[in-house]
Write a protein that binds this ligand. Structure first.
Ligand SMILES: NC(=O)c1ccc[n+]([C@@H]2O[C@H](COP(=O)([O-])OP(=O)(O)OC[C@H]3O[C@@H](n4cnc5c(N)ncnc54)[C@H](OP(=O)(O)O)[C@@H]3O)[C@@H](O)[C@H]2O)c1
Length: 253
């Protein structure tokens, strides 16, 4: 299937590893130009080298989305380099952790505010381009009780509300807004690889509770994000796609 992504221009912050790195690889394979960042200049330089020579072009520089001014500059620079923005994939996260006030502020600033700032910056770009697609990355930890009460679960959930309501307000501009909520995803260097070592019993319990007896791969989530962000999903907006291999137990009406 041709996803219709050739020549499209995508912003994917926080994308040198994990799910979003695979999103970038798949978008480039489809002929999309893509802008990447992470906080580490070395990691971004390595990713740019590894991703060069594909069907699409890759742009990027180091940027911490916590830094409002620098993040907005990064968006402006990348949009200029690519000649506009058609796709925005927002999934930078401060991750889960202790339920401390410090974590609530960090998750609010990284997960929520950076997403809102990004959307506010790209919507005018997409209006100019005649349409676009925004895909937010949530988590199944917002959909059902998972672990302890914590900022990550609650504030990722707030993005589902934001994404839905944004989809209503920008629909007339032919901009679609969707969310993807992954279940546990395993990759070397990722959070579940770390939990396998530091919280082995929790890791094993999670695996035991999974009907497929394994965790997902970053590629499996990336394919769904790429599909939803592509013109092939032209009639999908305001939805939350759960990508968990059947991990969550609720009925999704
Ligand atoms: N992995 C899972 O099991 C899972 C499950 C459900 C949902 N998710 C969601 O999926 C998304 C991706 O998670 P992931 O586990 O694949 O990857 P990840 O380990 O969260 O890392 C993703 C990328 O984000 C960059 N990054 C982190 N903080 C940043 C910041 N402040 N500014 C700019 N870049 C930053 C990292 O590079 P640097 O560290 O070099 O900056 C890295 O390239 C997140 O929204 C996460 O909540 C993941």
């Amino acid at each position: 299937m041709d996803l219709g992504l050739t020549g499209k221009r995508a912003l994917v912050p926080g994308s040198t590893k994990g799910i979003l790195r695979h999103v970038v690889e798949q978008l480039v394979d489809e002929g999309c130009d893509v802008a990447i960042c992470s906080r580490s200049p070395e990691t971004v330089a390595r990713a740019l080298r590894e991703l060069s020579g594909g069907r699409g072009n890759v742009f990027g520089r180091a940027c911490d989305v916590l830094d409002k001014d620098d993040y907005e500059s990064w968006i402006g620079e990348m949009a200029e380099a690519m000649g506009g923005v058609d796709i925005f994939i927002a999934g930078v996260s401060a991750g889960g952790g202790d339920d401390s006030e410090k974590n609530w502020w960090k998750n609010f600033e990284v997960d929520v505010l950076s997403t809102v700032r990004g959307c506010e910056a790209v919507v005018p770009q997409m209006q100019q381009a005649g349409g676009g697609a925004i895909t937010l990355v949530g988590t199944t930890a917002s959909l059902e009780t998972f672990g302890t009460p914590q900022a990550y679960n609650a504030l990722k959930g707030s993005l589902l509300v934001y994404g839905k309501q944004l989809s209503q307000s920008v629909g007339r501009d032919k901009i679609r807004v969707n969310s993807v909520s992954p279940g546990p995803i395993y990759f070397e260097g990722g959070v579940w690889a770390m939990l396998k070592d530091t919280m082995a019993r929790w890791f094993e319990k999670t695996l035991r509770e999974h009907p497929q007896g394994r965790m997902g791969t970053p590629e499996e989530v990336a394919s769904c994000i790429v599909f939803l962000s592509s013109p092939v999903a032209s009639w999908v907006s305001g939805t939350n796609m759960v990508v968990d291999g059947g991990f969550t137990k609720r009925v999704q009406f």
